[in-house]
Design a protein around this ligand. Structure first.
Ligand code: ASP
Length: 327
């Protein structure tokens, strides 16, 4: 039976996130931004807005906050740059858009949406994608906008572990330093994402990331790849992933979850668990997903020690969680 209500789930990345790692101040800061993102998306849905608009609005909050590896606060490449990836998908039409390796777009999720709506393509990369975003009059920034000191330190540590040279330090613009200093190193990674189901019964998914610390050679992960880190279909589910992209790509994680719902009739929770706890774990990959179904079911699953996450619906209050032992 169709449920006329709405639901929304956000994530802010998975990884090594143990209770003992986060100070009470960090814990509070992460929960506050997750709540703000979920409530921003929920406000769109409560007003009868589209799932796609809710996803974009919620992701803006997470991209603009330096605590998360997306937009400002993105991790650095081995060359000392920030190269951002994002994707968005509309479950009602199967329209999708994505960008990879952009360096000047303030909100990569909006560039992905413009690719979907204003170009005949699905995925644009690098300089071309930056130029497209500029031509679309999206907000662009100097690359120093993305600089956050804690991410730079994480790059230095990672390159040190790999025995690689540390590049020259870029001109930093670490505004709002006190808040940005609370960013926690999840072990190279992080990502943000949102899935939503609107009152019309449509679902949408979006994912935005800086990728992995010290990535090289134009590495692109699963986040901007439709079917891997991001997927949405009104026939099954909307899914956004976070984790080791190379594993998510090879397992087509997001589309496989949708296929288990659509073709095998699994419940949403059974489908996310089968792929994350089952297939991803068996292959040796780490990460997690969030999902919603057109009937309003919400689910998440991860095999890491934590995943920043929040969910809210017309049927229940906001829930925010970080660690594995939380419901
Ligand atoms: N999935 C992202 C990537 O591989 C990273 C993450 O979610 O932690 O680019």
């Amino acid at each position: 039976m169709q449920n006329p209500g709405w639901s929304l789930v956000v994530h802010g990345g998975s990884g090594v996130i143990d209770r003992a790692d986060l100070t009470p101040e960090q814990d509070r800061a992460y929960r506050a931004v997750l709540a703000q993102a979920a409530e921003t998306g929920a406000a769109v849905l409560k007003a009868g807005g589209a799932a796609l608009d809710a996803v974009e609005a919620a992701i803006h909050v997470l991209e603009d906050d330096p605590l998360f590896n997306a937009g400002r606060g993105a991790v650095f490449t081995a060359e000392g740059c920030n190269e951002l990836d994002a994707a968005i998908m509309d479950g009602a039409t199967l329209d999708a858009g994505a960008v990879a390796g952009v360096t000047r777009v303030r909100n990569p999720i909006s560039a992905a949406r413009r690719v979907m709506e204003n170009s005949p393509h699905v995925l644009l990369i690098g300089r071309g994608a930056d130029a497209f975003a500029e031509a679309q009059r999206l907000a662009t920034v100097d690359p120093s906008y993305f600089f956050v000191e804690t991410r730079w330190k994480a790059l230095e540590r990672q390159l040190g572990r790999e025995g690689r040279a540390v590049p020259g330090r870029p001109a930093g613009a670490d505004r709002d330093e006190r808040h940005a200093a609370l960013a926690h190193d999840e072990g190279k990674r992080g990502t943000v994402g949102c899935v939503a189901r609107d009152a019309q019964g449509h679902v949408a998914a979006g994912t935005s990331t800086g990728g992995i610390t010290a990535k090289s050679w134009g590495r692109v992960g699963d986040s901007p790849l439709i079917g891997a880190g991001t997927y949405a279909s009104d026939a099954s589910a909307a899914v956004s992933g976070t984790g080791e992209g190379e594993y998510f790509i090879r397992l087509s994680v997001a589309r496989t979850i949708a296929a288990l719902v659509e073709l095998k009739g699994l419940s949403l929770q059974a489908a996310v668990d089968e792929v994350v706890q089952g297939r991803l774990t068996a292959l040796g990959g780490h990460g997690g997903v969030i999902a919603v179904a057109p009937d309003g079911q919400m689910a998440w699953s991860f095999n890491t020690s934590g995943m920043y996450r929040a969910r809210i619906s017309d049927r229940g209050p906001l829930e925010v969680a970080i660690y594995k032992d939380e419901p």
